[in-house]
Ligand binder design. Structure first.
Ligand code: HEC
Length: 173
């Protein structure tokens, strides 16, 4: 009997921390793991790589790894969205909510990660262009360009009525 109790105790000690972390991870929305940064390229880079690593987020609804992209993005793309963006895309509102973050991995044809391109909706940031903060990072997270970037808006602006989103026509209900 004692042995059994000891075994149970040992199992609990080994398994509990895992279970607790799992429970926390599942119940607290990922955005609260680290506070969302402001419109700041360096802080945003730290957030998506360390504070709330994008690789743990969901992928764009209906898109898997390495789907075909077009210029100027990679030949192959993998796009991750945070919970706010995911819920907005699925909500049928036709627009993404403040705090939405989209991180797109841009790959070469032979699956070498070339860059990360990011769209981050920051309340009041740039009302004339959908309040999107645009950024491009090296795979290591160094910002190559960030802000209210004309080079991104010039093209994504074609889809202004689709909240500057190019991947798909957002559902409206
Ligand atoms: C010449 C047009 C063009 C330019 C310039 C461009 N994009 Fe895109 N972007 C696209 C297209 C088209 C897609 C859809 C995926 C694909 O087919 O490559 C896309 C998709 C995206 C997505 C996924 C969300 C969405 O809108 O569908 C992000 C994030 C993104 N681009 C960020 C950027 C950033 C940041 C810049 C500027 C550094 C930029 N893009 C410049 C055409 C462009």
């Amino acid at each position: 009997m004692k042995v059994l109790l000891l075994l149970l105790l040992a199992a609990a000690v080994v398994l509990l921390p895992g279970a607790v972390t799992y429970a926390i991870h599942e119940t607290i929305p990922s955005e609260t793991q680290a506070a969302l940064p402001g419109a700041d390229a360096q802080k945003l880079g730290e957030y998506i790589l360390q504070g709330n690593p994008y690789t743990r987020w969901k992928m764009w609804p209906g898109k898997g790894k390495f789907y075909k992209g077009t210029e100027p993005h990679g030949t192959l793309l993998t796009t991750y969205v945070n919970d706010v963006a995911y819920e907005s895309i699925r909500s049928g509102k036709g627009v993404l909510s403040d705090g939405s973050l989209i991180v797109k991995e841009n790959y070469t044809a032979d699956k070498v990660l070339a860059s990360l391109t990011v769209m981050y909706k920051v309340k009041g940031y740039s009302p004339k262009a959908g309040n999107w903060f645009w950024a491009k990072y090296t795979p290591e997270g160094n910002a190559e360009a960030a802000g209210d970037l004309e080079m991104c808006i010039g093209c994504h602006g074609q889809n202004r009525e689709n909240d500057y989103i190019m991947t798909e026509k957002l559902r409206k209900r």
